[in-house]
Structures are given as structure tokens and as C-alpha cells.
Design a protein around this ligand. Structure first.
Ligand code: AMP
Length: 422
């Protein structure tokens, strides 16, 4: 016998029972994007590997350890996208979007791929809702981006969300901070993990989000970037906080919050949800004023975020939030013989065209078996068609819950069923 195959580690089948959560999240996020004036951009799932190496950054975990990279049949190195931003910027530059009115506001959604260690809420293929606003340095745009995330989670009914924000400076002020941070760490080499010892030279900002317990006390007393911001970054952060305060958006300034990607400047933020375990970040984002130039465009500021849909599903479930059900069949056509089935196929198509969700029994099962199936599926109406009904051109419509029946002329069936299920 052939063996049964399993889905790859770190991937997930989303079964029909869970689809209502996905549909609800997808509809809500699309609506939020529209409310804020973001236009949809659909991108390829794979890009040239060099785009991510440059755009995400050598020295990041994503590029060093997590990319799904392969040679295609023509020998070119391709990578399944590990995030959206690099692809969005590539499309923005390639399609001449820089000449559009600024900011250019775009959203995308779809699968991303990272070879991570799978655990609850962490997958190797997961799905992101991604929002980017390109072309403005105004902190009001950082605020708009954060508001969109807020709006989405409010609309989904999430409670106890925790907004964490920080500023990680710019190429002007960050080097000074990094010098201070490296000096601080060089004096504490014996108290930190092996990874952090390499991070000191390779990716010092990431020292601050090391998850290793032994590094925690060192992180606690590390110098804070807030004290090293230049005037422009300091003003930017103060103005953003002013907007957040004026709209009573609760947030925490977290001087240890950094992002794993090299292109972030100034604002960074994350949203944490409660009740979904250790992988509690439902959203991460920030400003990336350096990326567009890095990818060959003119210097252009930009800001955006990405939110993981699987973790939103987990949050909806953990908070026991009910979501609209997916429309299910309202009518079941019971066919008692082949003549009835021939009539049913044309009747059911008229009923569906009239907008009523309808299914029919297949495979020559008994009246009882077909009614049992309708009942099990919670279908409220059954249309029973046998040779008598075809002869009289009238069908019995059974109301499954009460057991009452109506005799309805076949020609009036679509209108009758529309009225009863409307
Ligand atoms: P990042 O691009 O790492 O900032 O991720 C943005 C968001 O994507 C996070 O806040 C999570 O909601 C989600 N996310 C990131 N990595 C994973 C993963 N491995 N599995 C599921 N969701 C993820």
C-alpha cells in the first residue's frame, strides 16, 4: 500500500471548520485598508534571492538561517518571500510608483516562508497582512499606520492589547548609540550567551532582544537608545507620542524593542496579545527610511507594518470571540429516483441562481438516509422529489425542525425557497 504523506513540518492545513475565522479576518483587514485609503498590491510569492539579501539585510536571522532559497531550472537563485516589504519596494520602484502622489499607500496579504523552529503560533509558512506608506517622513503617517493596526484589532474585538513602541534612531544618531552599547557589552562578555558575543560585532541592536535567560540582567541595565537620539529623531518620537496621547491610545515605551531587520529607522512598534502563549506578537512594524535608496531608488522615507493572520486566529479563539458563520446550505434536494434526479439538477441550478445555497443528495440513497444527512448538516429545508412529484409537477418542501410540509408547484419553487430562506 502507498504510504500516507504528511504536511511539511511548520505548515498547517486550515480545515473548513476554521475558515470562518480566516474569512472574518480577511474581510475586516480589507475594510480597514479601504477606510484608511490603502490600495491593494498583489506580488509574486518568490523573488530574486539578492532582493532579500539586500533588502532584509545580511546578518539578520532571516537571511542567515531562515530563507527558503532554491535554484530554478534556469540556474537563477530564487527565494520564497520571508516578508513583504522588500517585494513591495521592488514593485514600487519597478512600476514607477514614485511618480504617484505621496504617500503611496499599499496593502498586501498572503503566505510568507521562514525556516524557523516551529512551536505554537510559530510556523514555517504563515500568512501576513502587510501595510506600507511610502514617501513621507511625517510622524502623522507613523500614527496613521499604528491606528490602522489598532482599528483592525478593535474591529476584531481583541481585548488587553499591548502596544509597545520605541525609536531606534537613524544613521546619524544610531552609530553613537551602538558604540556605547558595544562598549557596555564588551565589559560583560562572561555574562552573555555565545550568540550575543557574535552579535556585538554583527548585529548589535539585536543584543537587546536576546531571549536567553542569562542575558536578561545584562539587557536590563544596558544603555537606552532614547538618551542618544538626534534632534530630528527625538522630535519625531515626541510628536508621534503626542498623537497617541491625544487619542488616548495606551502604549508602552519599550527601550529594548528593536526589529530584526536592518532597514528600520526611528519608529518601531509591536502589538502583543494575551492568552496565545509565548509567540504573542500579533503585529510588528516601523519606519524604514533607508530601504528604498538601498534598493536602488531615490532617498525616500516609508513606514509600515505586518500582522500575522494565524496569530489573529489564535487570539480570536483564545478570547472566545464569535465570528460570522460562513453561509451554509439552506435547502437539500432529496432525489428518490433517476427521473427525479434529472429534474433536480435543473431545479437546483435555478434555485442557486436565485441566490439560495442548495445541495442535493447523490448516489441513490433512501429517503430516510438523505433526510438524515440534511438533518446532520443542519439544513433547514428539504425538497423531496420522486416520480409522483414529477408527475404532479409539485414537490414536498419539508421544514426539518418542525416537520411540517408544504406542497409547492415546481415552477414556483425558486421564489418559494428564496422567500423562506431570505
Ligand atoms: P515580523 O516580520 O517578524 O515582524 O513579523 C510580523 C508578524 O508576523 C508578527 O508580529 C507575527 O504576527 C507574524 N509572524 C512572524 N513570524 C511568524 C511565524 N514564524 N509564524 C507565525 N506568525 C509569524
Amino acid at each position: 500500500m502507498a504510504r500516507l504523506y504528511q504536511n511539511p513540518k511548520g505548515t498547517k492545513d486550515v480545515l473548513p471548520e476554521e475558515q470562518q475565522y480566516w474569512k472574518h479576518i480577511e474581510t475586516t483587514m480589507q475594510r480597514v485598508a479601504e477606510l484608511y485609503g490603502y490600495e491593494k498590491l498583489t506580488l509574486p510569492i518568490f523573488e530574486e534571492t539578492a532582493l532579500f539579501r539586500r533588502g532584509v539585510g545580511e546578518g539578520t536571522d532571516i537571511v542567515e538561517k531562515e530563507m527558503y532559497t532554491f535554484s530554478d531550472k534556469g540556474g537563477s537563485s530564487m527565494t520564497l518571500r520571508p516578508e513583504f516589504t522588500a517585494g513591495v519596494v521592488r514593485a514600487y520602484l519597478q512600476n514607477g510608483m514614485a511618480s504617484r502622489t505621496r504617500p503611496v499607500k499599499l496593502w498586501s496579504a498572503g503566505p510568507v516562508f521562514r525556516y524557523e523552529r516551529p512551536q505554537a503560533g510559530r510556523y514555517r509558512q504563515f500568512t501576513q497582512f502587510n501595510v506600507e506608506a511610502i514617501g513621507e517622513l511625517d510622524p502623522a503617517l507613523d500614527f496613521e499606520i499604528m491606528s490602522a493596526a489598532w482599528h483592525l484589532y478593535d474591529a476584531l474585538g481583541f481585548r488587553k492589547l499591548n502596544f509597545q513602541i520605541n525609536s531606534i534612531g537613524c544613521p546619524l544618531c544610531r552609530p553613537g548609540y551602538l558604540r556605547k552599547l558595544k562598549d557596555y557589552y564588551r565589559g560583560r562578555l562572561s555574562g552573555i550567551c555565545d550568540d550575543c558575543r557574535t552579535r556585538i560585532e554583527k548585529n548589535p541592536l539585536r543584543l537587546l532582544d536576546c531571549k536567553n535567560a542569562s542575558c536578561r540582567p545584562v539587557i536590563e541595565t544596558a544603555p537606552s537608545i532614547g538618551d542618544c537620539l538626534c534632534a530630528e529623531c527625538g522630535d519625531h518620537f515626541r510628536t508621534l507620542r503626542g498623537y497617541l496621547d491625544s487619542l488616548s491610545r495606551p502604549y508602552t515605551v519599550n527601550p529594548r524593542l528593536v526589529r530584526g531587520l536592518d532597514y528600520y529607522t526611528k519608529t518601531v512598534f509591536e502589538v502583543w496579545a494575551e492568552g496565545i502563549g509565548a509567540q504573542n506578537a500579533v503585529c510588528g512594524g516601523g519606519r524604514y527610511d533607508g530601504l528604498i535608496e538601498l534598493l536602488g531608488g531615490p532617498p525616500t522615507p516609508a513606514v509600515g507594518f505586518a500582522a500575522g493572520i494565524e496569530r489573529m486566529v489564535l487570539t480570536l479563539q483564545a478570547h472566545e470571540i464569535s465570528v460570522p458563520p460562513i453561509p451554509s446550505p439552506k435547502v437539500y434536494f432529496v432525489c428518490l429516483d433517476d427521473t427525479a434526479r434529472a429534474e433536480a439538477v435543473s431545479l437546483i441550478s435555478r434555485v442557486r441562481l436565485a441566490g439560495v445555497e442548495a445541495v442535493m443528495g447523490f448516489g441513490g440513497r433512501s429517503l430516510k438516509a438523505q433526510l438524515r444527512e440534511a438533518d446532520r448538516k443542519g439544513i433547514p429545508l428539504a425538497v423531496i422529489l420522486g416520480s409522483d412529484e414529477i408527475r404532479s409537477q409539485k414537490a414536498q418542501v419539508k421544514h426539518m425542525q418542525s416537520g411540517t410540509q408544504d406542497m409547492v408547484p415546481l415552477s414556483e419553487l425558486p421564489a418559494f425557497l428564496t422567500a423562506r430562506t431570505g
